[in-house]
Design a protein around this ligand. Structure first.
Ligand code: BJW
Length: 244
């Protein structure tokens, strides 16, 4: 038991997992709000490779609409606070920090955070399944534009659907192995493998903290839970980390 269950006292290396709750106060809908429905379709039935084969127009319309919407939204106080932590943490402690986001919006980056890993992809990228190259994409895909690299009409949203492998898992697990603190913010804990990171972090000896509007499905795995809107409780936590 010993080392596996010990919680490291000194916090230097931090892994932060963010979910849709971080962007909710920017006006971006979460997945499981509103009953998890979009135009009467379950999100799980739109965000799959099978749905894309069965009804590509429906899936492309869903993503075109959301890609357009995120470009009208702005980062909120939670994004700003995490960007400040990203900027100031190294100088304070010499420690590492990684923001692993499940979100496909770019609000962490627009707030100024630099160490952001998008494990479920990015709305503002299109992936060509013919040449396997990703291109920055701000327009629509429903009109089946050609790939800027190879010209094939084989672009899809560069997002990770159910049944597909999330991106950069090796880097995420390497960071979790070194983490002294794992913080989960604004995610329901309904989708794996992200939902399992708290157990991985626990097994690897990190302290674990949940910041959420309400308890997530895996809330009992965390050492500590703080409840409230991200725009309020994330800045409070960041102040504590940088001033403590
Ligand atoms: C606020 C707030 C405010 C509101 N302030 N908070 C067991 C083990 C492993 C895998 C599986 C398993 N069982 C099943 C699976 C497979 C599947 C899965 O998890 N299915 C579940 C339905 C059970 N997983 C997969 O298929 C994944 N791939 C995979 O597992 O590959 C094999 C593998 C295994 C092991 C290791 C490595 C690989 C792929 C999952 C892809 C998920 N894709 C989506 C769509 C992305 C594109 C898009 O945007 O459309 O990702 S689904 C959707 O859910 C999206 C999100 O990133 C993800 C998580 O949602 P999130 O962020 O938690 O949002 P919500 O809405 O659920 O919650 C919002 C939260 O915010 C709530 O808690 C609110 O309280 C809170 N909130 N307002 C603070 N103001």
């Amino acid at each position: 038991m010993g080392d596996m269950t010990a919680r490291r006292n000194e916090i230097r290396n931090i892994v932060i997992l963010t979910g849709a709750g971080v962007s909710a106060e920017s006006g971006i809908d979460t997945f499981r709000d509103g009953g998890g429905l979009w135009e009467q379709h379950r999100v799980e039935d739109v965000a799959t490779p099978e749905a894309f084969v069965r009804d590509p127009e429906l899936v492309l319309r869903f993503y075109d609409m959301r890609r357009e919407a995120i470009q009208t939204k702005q980062p909120n106080a939670a994004h700003d606070a995490l960007a400040r932590l990203d900027r100031e943490w190294d100088a304070k402690t010499g420690g590492e920090l990684l923001i692993v986001t499940q979100n496909v919006d770019d609000l962490h980056e627009r707030a100024g955070a630099q160490r952001v890993l998008h494990m479920h992809g990015e709305h503002l990228n299109a992936w060509c399944t013919a040449c396997d190259i990703r291109s920055r994409w701000t327009g629509t895909l429903i009109d089946r534009p050609g790939c800027p690299q190879c010209g094939e009409k084989a672009l899809r949203p560069d997002v990770v659907w159910f049944g597909e492998m999330p991106y950069r898992m090796d880097e995420i697990f390497a960071a979790l192995r070194n983490a002294d603190l794992f913080v989960s913010i604004g995610t329901s804990g309904a989708v794996y493998p992200a939902a399992g990171f708290v157990q991985n972090a626990n097994d690897l000896g990190a302290r674990t903290l949940e910041l959420n509007l309400e308890r997530s499905q895996g809330s009992h795995w965390f050492d500590e839970t703080r409840l409230g809107p991200a725009g309020t409780i994330v800045p409070q936590w960041v102040d504590e980390m940088l001033e403590g």
